[in-house]
Design a protein around this ligand. Structure first.
Ligand code: PLP
Length: 385
């Protein structure tokens, strides 16, 4: 018996070491401290609905028993909500899981896929994992460039075109009319993978009517944002029944746990709670717009639960992110231009927004006074408590 490492599968051996994101808890470990303000992962500061909490507590009693691999009740409720059939709904462990299943379903190793350069990264993570060739299209200013995406998809004979609408990390959106035209311009064999993680916050005109008769479009939704269930891992796709049937052949059937199922179902039924969260988030987006102007940053228009603030240059944005982290404030900065000169700040509760305002106001006025404390210090990685 020797202990030589067995060879890896070819697609895996060829993969770059790539983590779509470092999670908040991992960043806390790296910094050696807890965040005082966690505004970097677009989670919900409003938590979960009390009804969802009660349903999840009840479901815990049955955790010795397997949950429902068909997600029957939740699919019924979602089908009713979207006026489709349960056969049009696939429930999975968050949109991140749906994205991988769609890639596996439609892409053979070597096939082309298209996305925007610097947008939400998990699609690319899965595409590379299944051996796809990824083509990235730069943004057009603050927004994704639909005509270049379509043009690239046609030129490369893409099998999947990924679009987050509203987008992350920009927060911007395209209208339903633009999206329908875009879908028409895609190659005949391409799937439009429409990631609508922020649909709860989006204006109605950003969301095309759901048409499950259209086999080339897959819509993705999640309970991680307005419903506050990010840690439970549950989301879904709405698609043509044949697509859902194909996904049923490859999904992890017991992958969505019973606590998540119970929480999502109860949260879906608590419209009063969820609409209050959405209204508060809208107030927070406005608050951040005023705040950004006040401290000299440009707020990027947002239809989400976060606001990107344009610092004006990449180095300054990087230093500002580091200085905020050092003061216990977690925000993110994207790595691709033009977003690499922005900071992305999740909407928090009013008191968290006030605390953020005072920290960033302090940093930027220090910087304005020439003695730019925040511009020279980077996190040391040492424990600071
Ligand atoms: C937050 C987010 C997701 C993650 O959704 P999960 O259901 O938690 O996996 C997917 N897409 C975008 C664009 C997001 O911002």
């Amino acid at each position: 018996m020797t202990f030589e490492a067995p060879p890896l599968a070819k697609t895996v051996a060829a993969l770059p070491a790539f983590v779509p994101f470092v999670g908040p808890l991992a960043i806390e470990r790296q910094l050696g401290r807890r965040f005082d303000l966690r505004l970097g992962a677009n989670e919900s500061a409003w938590g979960v609905s009390p009804k969802a909490r009660a349903a999840m507590e009840r479901s815990l009693r049955d955790c010795a028993w397997y949950g429902d691999p068909e997600n029957y009740e939740l699919r019924e409720a979602l089908a009713f909500r979207h006026r489709v059939s349960p056969a049009n709904i696939l429930v999975a462990s968050g949109i991140d899981d749906v994205l991988g299943l769609i890639v596996r379903c439609f892409v053979d190793s070597g096939d082309a896929v298209v996305t925007s350069q610097g947008t939400y990264p998990t699609f690319v993570y899965h595409a590379q994992g299944y051996g796809a060739v990824v083509h990235r299209v730069p943004y057009d200013g603050d927004r994704v460039d639909l005509s270049r995406l379509a043009e690239t998809a046609c030129r490369q004979h893409a099998r999947i075109v990924y679009l987050a609408n509203p987008d992350n990390p920009s927060g911007t959106w395209r209208s339903a009319t633009e999206l329908l035209e875009f879908a028409e311009a895609l190659p005949r064999r391409a799937v439009l993978l429409l990631d609508e993680a922020y649909s709860d916050f989006a204006p109605p005109e950003a969301l095309p009517a759901i048409d499950v008769g259209q086999p080339r479009v897959v819509r993705c939704r999640t309970f991680s944002k307005a419903h506050g269930l990010a840690g439970l891992r549950i989301g879904y796709a709405v698609a043509h029944s044949e697509t859902v049937a194909a996904l049923d052949r490859i999904r992890l059937h017991f992958g969505v746990n019973r606590v998540a199922q119970a929480g999502a179902l109860a949260s879906l039924g608590d419209e009063r709670f969820v609409s209050a969260v959405i209204a508060d988030v809208a107030r927070g987006v406005e608050h951040y717009g005023r705040l950004a102007h006040r401290v000299g940053l440009r707020p990027v228009p947002s239809a989400t639960n976060f606001v990107a603030m344009d610092v004006g240059d990449r180095e300054a944005a990087s230093r500002l992110t580091a200085a905020l982290l050092e003061r216990g404030v977690f925000v993110r900065r994207a790595t691709e231009p033009p977003m690499d000169q922005w900071i992305r700040v999740t909407v928090g509760l009013p008191e968290q927004r006030a605390a953020f305002e005072s920290v960033i106001g302090g940093l930027l006025s220090e910087a304005g006074e020439g003695e730019a404390a925040w511009s020279t210090s980077a996190p040391t990685g040492k424990a600071q408590r």
